[in-house]
Design a protein around this ligand. Sequence first.
Ligand SMILES: [Zn+2]
Length: 175
Amino acid sequence: MRTINDFIWSVVLQQNDPSDRKPVDSVHTYIVEFDGAAGIEWGNNINVSSLYLKGVEGDVKTQFTGLMYHEMTHVFQWDGEGTAPSGLIEGIADYTILKVYDNPYGFANPGDGDSWDQGYTVTARFLEFCDGIVPAFVAKLNKKMRFTYDVKYFENLTGKSVDQLWKEYKAKYGH
Ligand SMILES: [Zn+2]
C-alpha cells in the first residue's frame, strides 16, 4: 500500500508538495464477503470482495494489485467535494491502472465507448488521450477538482471543450 500510495502521489496526481495532497492518516483494507463489486472505498477504508477474488480468472495477485491501485486512487483523488461526475472519478481510478500495466486485463481499447464520462476503462483511455495533448493532464485536472468541479476544466487545460476532445478521440481511432 505504501508503494501504491507513493506511485499515486508522484506519477498519477504529481503532488510533490504535501500541501497539495489529501490529508489521510491511515488507510485500512478489509477482505470481506459481498457481491456486486470487486472493491469499494469508503472514508479511507477499502473493502475487497472475497467472492470477486475467488472468481478471478488468471493471476489473482495481479488482479488484486490492480484493484488496490484503483481503490487507493479513490482515497487520494479530489472529487470537487462530491460534485465531480462518478464516471470521471472511476475513470481516473482506472487511469492509475493504465499507468502501472502496459495492457491491463479486461481494459477497453483506445477509442472504445459511447461517451467520455462512461467511466472506468473507457474514460481511462480517454484521459490517456488527453494526457497526450497536455502532459500531466490528469494531475492538473485533479488539482483543479479540489473544491469544486466544472466541465470547463477540460477547456481550460486543453483549449478544447470535452465534447470536441471526445470527437477528436473517436476520430483518431476510426470510430
Ligand atoms: Zn472505483
